[in-house]
Write a protein that binds this ligand. Structure first.
Ligand code: ARG
Length: 421
């Protein structure tokens, strides 16, 4: 298939090999002038070096946008209020950054009068979906160029193409993993991790200490929340980005935040994913614990459904949609009561909630106690149970009493499914 032509294209540039190679490749195959846009969402890369690399690869302009605060308050904070964990485990690190990167990409394309935008995603991943659904939502008139879906390069081909175009590439000739990092955590894929049976090598991790290297002494942290947002760590008020950094550093030293997951990608394949989210994991644990204390049972049950829907939407790239905004509006109404402090104990890779308190607590120790002076009206439970058991008693009278639990059969229980040959 012939690659589409464009006049001016703004490329979402990461500084890595693929998006660097994409610059001369787009000049050659799309006949376009290429402008590189690097969006800082908290990745630890050398940004000035990346900007210089884009220019040396042939970009006519290369611009760095600092979007760290916007990312923290506009993407990570809503994810925290949604307790967002895709498939119950993944805090959506990469999924949260793409919609914001696209916002910046479209702004730049408008400012530069570009007719196209480009990204370096391959055809197998989720990130292409997130880029292109957000572009469709924000700028349906712009052409989208995805060179990595067309060139059919292996990593060696990319290196050879870079070399033949005089591109200086300082990374190791063959980086062992594919990494995406931002304020909310780090995603690690490929290489040795593709064998789902093999334990990830320690060198895959950079934000968290392994069991051997983690601290022998537990770390107890208190986190104070206002309107569902963390505002202080151990009594010291911090901005959200600073709190992420401070808590992440402490949790990482305790080995907290490692995730090893076989994940269902949007494109229909399962992939083995390793993540390190030393701030997101304890923050979500603390936020959930406080919500358990202050939300009504009905709110909590319904919010859990909203949270699952929110995580699916964000994972699938449907950030810029009316439903995501509607879910955020619901979540916002629940957060007014999420005020208080949570105590976390972090040690040897695990985080446990050790205590919580709130002025809005619905937990009434007086009502809950089995001790003296309990104001709970025990006699009132007689009437409650008469009514609560009415339907079940009627059922037993009309259809016969329920059969007792059968005795277990050890042989049946030991039956094991056999794989299909
Ligand atoms: N599987 C994760 C996700 O879909 C991580 C993606 C990481 N991206 C990358 N280019 N390495 O969100």
């Amino acid at each position: 298939m012939k690659f589409p032509h464009a006049n001016r294209v703004v490329l979402a540039y990461s500084g890595g090999l693929d998006t660097t190679v994409a610059i001369p490749w787009l000049i050659e195959h799309a006949g376009a002038e290429v402008l590189a846009l690097l969006v800082d969402v908290g990745q630890p890369d050398d940004m000035p070096a990346a900007v210089a690399r884009a220019l040396s690869a042939g970009a006519s302009k290369a611009r760095l946008v600092d979007a760290r605060d916007e990312f923290a308050y506009g993407c990570c904070l809503p994810a925290l209020k949604a307790n967002a964990l895709y498939e119950g485990v993944y805090p959506l690190v990469s999924a949260l950054s793409r919609p914001l990167i696209v916002e910046k990409l479209v702004e730049e394309a408008r400012a530069e009068g570009a007719d196209a935008v480009a990204h370096g995603c391959t055809g197998k991943g989720n990130d292409q979906v997130r880029f292109e659904l957000s572009i469709a939502a924000l700028a349906p008139d712009l052409k989208v160029l995805a060179p990595a879906r067309h060139w059919g390069f292996t990593r060696d081909d990319s290196l050879a193409y870079a070399k033949s175009h005089g591109i200086w590439y300082s990374g190791a000739a063959r980086p062992p993993y594919s990494i995406d990092e931002n304020l909310w955590g780090r995603a690690i894929e490929c290489g040795a991790l593709e064998d789902a049976w093999e334990e990830p090598p320690e060198d895959a991790y950079s934000l968290t200490a392994g069991a051997a290297a983690s601290s022998e002494i537990p770390d107890v942290a208190t986190i104070e929340f206002a309107d569902g947002a963390p505002i202080a760590l151990d009594g010291i008020p911090l901005s959200f980005p600073d709190l992420i950094a401070a808590l992440g550093g402490r949790a990482g030293a305790q080995g907290v935040g490692r995730i090893d997951h076989i994940e269902n990608r949007t494109v229909g394949i399962k992939s083995r994913e390793i993540y390190e989210c030393p701030a997101a994991i304890p923050l979500i644990a603390a936020h959930k614990a406080l919500e358990a204390m202050v939300l009504t049972k009905d709110e909590a049950r319904f919010k859990a459904q909203v949270e699952a829907a929110w995580a699916e939407l964000a994972y699938g790239g449907k950030w810029h949609t009316p439903l995501r905004k509607a879910l955020d509006a619901f979540i916002a109404t629940t957060q007014a009561a999420v005020q208080g402090t949570v105590k976390l104990r972090m040690h040897k890779g695990s985080v446990a909630v050790a205590g919580r308190r709130s002025l809005f607590s619905l937990y009434d120790a007086g009502l809950a106690t089995y001790g003296k002076g309990d104001p709970f009206d025990h006699a009132a439970a007689d009437g409650f149970l008469k009514i609560a058991s009415m339907e079940i008693a009627t059922l037993a009278r009309t259809r016969g009493a329920a059969a007792p639990v059968p005795e277990g059969n050890a042989h049946e229980a030991a039956h094991v499914a056999q794989p299909v040959a």
